[in-house]
Design a binder for this molecule. Sequence first.
Ligand SMILES: C[S@@+](CC[C@H](N)C(=O)[O-])C[C@H]1O[C@@H](n2cnc3c(N)ncnc32)[C@H](O)[C@@H]1O
Length: 233
Amino acid sequence: MVEKLVGLVLVSSRGYLILDPFPGTFSTCVPAVMMDREAVGVEIEQEYLGWGLEASKRVQEEIGKAFHVLRADASTIGNLLRPSSVDAVVTSPPYVLVSLHAGDPERRLERVLRAGGDPRDFFGGLARNALRERSHRHDYYSLNRWMILMGNVLSGLWEVLRAGSLAAFVVRNRIRRGSLLELDSILASLGLEAGFRVEALYSAPAPKSLWANLLAKKGLRLPPEDRVVVLRC
Ligand SMILES: C[S@@+](CC[C@H](N)C(=O)[O-])C[C@H]1O[C@@H](n2cnc3c(N)ncnc32)[C@H](O)[C@@H]1O
């Protein structure tokens, strides 16, 4: 995914300000400054902020230029940054919690794979534990909270982005209650509501994950792909 985001960063001009409202490990900010862009990441989780500060310090040591690490809720971005001060957004938003399927495991897996889903939906027990552990943090949102968050973030981005600039989001569609939850379409609709145009919507191969490797050992080929939603301000 980082490569995809870097590719998007590259199309912007030198000196431009790149914003990641959900930076996590700040894997977008690092290449952005290394390529002579300004970068700012707005993160809510203390642990990730620590990584961001550490990464920024290392980049500073390496090339004499750091990126900006802000602790804030991305919903408030409209008040955090100056209007029209951002030249591009590249980000992968937090994940959506999905309810896990009960019933016959073979059929469950088949259904998940057929719909192009994430194998974590199959490994019910493991996924449930992992999700329970994480759900008190901000990695996962219920669909309802996710839509509210993204609606607010998009309204804020509309304010801070320069007119005509691009915002790229990488999302993974998931299976929810037996059907495909198309977060890419939901995001595109929320973008339209906030005033953006939908510039592009496409699939990109997802990076090799632990789950993909586990299933590959069982001889199962996964259809893992990320969806990239590009909005124009
Ligand atoms: C999918 S991860 C980003 C992964 C990142 N692209 C990377 O390569 O590490 C989403 C991130 O958004 C952060 N986040 C969730 N809700 C947030 C909010 N309201 N404001 C700011 N950051 C938030 C999470 O803490 C998490 O770090």
